[in-house]
Design a protein around this ligand. Structure first.
Ligand SMILES: [Zn+2]
Length: 307
């Protein structure tokens, strides 16, 4: 019986075809690699893998049939089941081992200054925490796990890596300038997964980092002490209070009364008043939307929210 199917690396799509001759296979800690004649490579996908990295936890959740939570292994959608999983309906408190004896590691995804926290911010929910970095800085996996999603996301995340972990959580790493992993690749805490950047809806280079449980975002600071750069507690008690009712899953602004948010990428020679005129808004509104001052220096390539 054929147990494995080939997993496509988005990075490789442009330069290999499925008919490529496999010249070697390599058993690595990160999975089985196929080496092609043209020197490209990819990881094998285990066809029988159901996406469950914490089966005990999933079994516990499944005992409550009214919840009907799903966590598919979807390498194409960063979250696919947000309409199904309503974490505010959780009746029990689940005990989750953030780090345990077999997967006992945590590493800060990037050691930088926190520039924005989780929560309600300028008219929308911010589903993660922003860590300041320079484009090209190394971003690493926070825990051991398996890469589920690794590609450009046009809903605002830019280049995005999503890793599912053995503790039952998923972590999101957004706005990367480059991605260094492919779906189905196993990673260890501290493994290099990509370079920091300013892609997607981002104003200036930073890492947008999210922690999610069954697709629902929770405050990363419930889990990680960003000041001490350690796990707050090896036990995490997951209860409905950690989740927001009717949570918009997206990193992107929730739609406003006059339509959804819009962004503009700054070009050379732009001024705030020109941008405001072009988008039929005012300088003060732009300042309010972007939390900047009229005198703020505009950086070419950065995105400004204009609506
Ligand atoms: Zn952010």
């Amino acid at each position: 019986m054929l147990k494995f199917i080939i997993a496509c690396s988005t990075a490789m799509l442009s330069c290999f075809s499925i008919s490529q001759e496999v010249v070697d296979t390599l058993e690595t800690e990160k999975g089985t690699m196929l080496i092609y004649a043209n020197r490209t490579w990819e990881y094998l996908e285990d066809k029988e893998f159901d996406g469950l990295l914490n089966p005990e936890l999933h079994e516990f959740i499944m005992r409550d049939s009214s919840l009907n939570y799903v966590c598919p292994w979807d390498t194409d959608q960063c979250y696919s089941s947000n309409k199904t999983n309503d974490l505010t309906k959780l009746k029990d408190t689940l005990w989750l081992c953030v780090v345990d004896t077999s997967h006992n590691e945590f590493v800060m995804p990037f050691d930088g200054k926190i520039t924005s926290r989780y929560g309600y911010r300028r008219g929308r929910y911010h589903n993660g925490i922003d860590i300041d970095l320079k484009t090209g800085d190394t971003v690493v996996s926070a825990f051991n796990g398996k890469v589920r999603y690794a590609k450009y996301n046009d809903a605002g995340f830019g280049n995005l890596v999503v890793i599912r972990h053995y503790n039952g959580l998923e972590t999101f790493y957004a706005h990367l300038s480059d991605i260094n992993v492919v779906p189905n690749q196993e990673v260890k805490a501290g493994d290099f997964i990509g370079l920091g950047g300013n892609t997607g809806h981002s104003r200036g280079s930073h890492l947008h980092f999210e922690t999610r449980f069954y697709d629902a975002p929770m405050n990363p600071e419930e889990i990680i002490d960003f000041k001490e750069k350690i796990i707050r507690n090896e036990n995490l008690f997951v209860h409905k209070g950690l989740f927001r009712p009717g949570a918009m899953p997206s990193h992107v602004a929730s739609p406003t009364a006059d339509g959804s948010a819009a962004y503009y990428r700054i070009r050379g020679g732009d001024t705030l008043s020109q941008i405001a005129r072009k988008h039929r808004t005012s300088v003060s509104r732009l300042c309010q939307l972007n939390n900047i001052r009229p005198t703020t220096t505009l950086h070419i390539g950065r995105s400004l929210r204009v609506r």
